[in-house]
Design a protein around this ligand. Structure first.
Ligand SMILES: Cc1ncc(COP(=O)(O)O)c(C=O)c1O
Length: 372
């Protein structure tokens, strides 16, 4: 057996153990577990890092999306346009509010929203476009923002997978009216539990978001609207504050690992490496290749003990929850991607010898299967 993992959170903890243990001990000694100075400090550091005015810590990335939608007043009958090739939360948070997620197709190279497909989805009910910066790379924001201006729509970036990425030198999360983050442990900036944040430079939206996170009230026991209890707790904020200080070096490690995989797969026709669009910095939340005969390949990789994952095997428009199991393909680029994508181990602790092992198995199995 090898010790290769998709994500090595323990190895990363050991790298920053002293700093992390001290930060946690401080919170435990302060006994301030909800709100308090650590949460405010982390929010300020996150806003600065993303070049936004405000960061609002919340309980997870799904709540961040729901609260952002609520802050815009999105509700029954409204439509939001999202990719179908994303995690369920992007659409689910809208559906929970009675809104309708309308699914647009993606660009085949970056897997992010295709602006042409977005425009075709716009109706008189559309309220927002929600691009997802998938796998750590920004969507093409200029044409998306241009559509939003033309049709008077809000843009909320689902930045769960791309903290630290840029679009034309601007950090993702600050390119629309709001951006949302997830601090799920395996994310590039991951807590040791759940966490999330909303980013915005609009003061009114910041107030609305904060009010919603606090049971719809700005002052204790005075409630103005229906809200949630959705807080980033102080222990998670302390963990994230430490990790944010290391995020640039973590990102460099991921990018170095991606470049090494690219070199190993160079001249291997059976493996299509991730495409880095020149528009910004890719932070490789995932290293996702495309291969033919993907499902046969993953059986062989499982037998060889090589970790792998499929993000995403079923597009959202084909999920039973959204009730559209129609054929022929309605979003052909998305559906093709679901059949071909394969995520390989990617994290800050990956060694070149582990990558050699992964690549060797992928190349051997893929070559054998595709030419069988
Ligand atoms: C694109 C995307 N959006 C939203 C979320 C939801 O984040 P969380 O798990 O923190 O609720 C995730 C998490 O996996 C995600 O990948």
């Amino acid at each position: 057996m090898n010790d290769i993992q998709m994500v090595d959170l323990r190895g990363q903890y050991l790298r920053i153990k002293d700093e992390m243990d001290a930060a946690l001990a401080q919170v435990l000694n302060s006994a301030r577990f909800i709100r308090g100075p650590v949460v405010s400090r982390f929010e300020a550091a996150l806003a600065e890092y993303t070049k936004t005015e405000h960061a609002i810590g919340v309980a997870n990335g799904t709540d961040a999306l729901q609260i952002a939608y609520m802050a815009l007043g999105i509700g029954p009958g409204d439509e939001i346009i999202t990719p179908s090739f994303t995690f369920i939360a992007t659409a689910e948070a809208a559906a929970l509010l009675g809104a309708v997620p309308v699914f647009a197709d993606i660009d085949p190279d970056t897997f992010c929203l295709d602006p042409v497909s977005v425009e075709a989805c716009i109706t008189s009910q559309t309220r927002a476009i929600v691009p997802v910066h998938l796998f750590g790379q920004s969507a093409d924001m200029d044409p998306i923002n241009a559509l939003a201006s033309k049709y008077n729509l809000a843009v909320i970036e689902d930045n769960a997978q791309a903290i630290g990425a840029t679009y034309k030198e601007t950090p993702t999360g600050g390119l629309g009216i709001m951006g949302t983050c997830s601090f799920f442990p395996s994310k590039n900036l991951g807590a040791y539990g759940d966490g999330g944040a909303i980013l915005t430079s609009d003061a009114e939206l910041e107030t609305r978001c904060r009010t919603i996170t606090n049971h719809g009230g700005r002052h204790k026991y005075y409630n103005e609207m229906v809200g949630l209890n959705s807080r980033l707790d102080a222990l998670q904020a302390a963990i994230l504050e430490v990790k944010l200080r290391h995020l640039e070096s973590f990102t460099r490690r991921r990018r170095t690992a991606a470049a090494y995989y690219n070199a190993l797969f160079e001249n291997v026709d059976e493996v299509v490496c991730p495409h880095e669009a020149p528009r910004g910095r890719h932070v490789y939340h995932q290293y996702v290749i495309r291969v033919k005969k993907r499902d046969e390949l993953i059986s062989s990789l499982s037998e060889s003990g090589i970790p792998h994952a499929i993000y995403y095997p079923v597009p959202l428009h084909r999920q039973p929850v959204f009730g559209m199991d129609s054929s022929p393909p309605v979003l052909p680029v998305t559906e093709q991607a679901c059949k071909e994508v394969l995520a390989l181990p990617m994290h800050t602790e990956l060694t070149t010898s582990q990558q050699d092992t992964v690549a060797e198995k992928v190349i051997n199995h893929a070559t054998r299967l595709i030419h069988a």
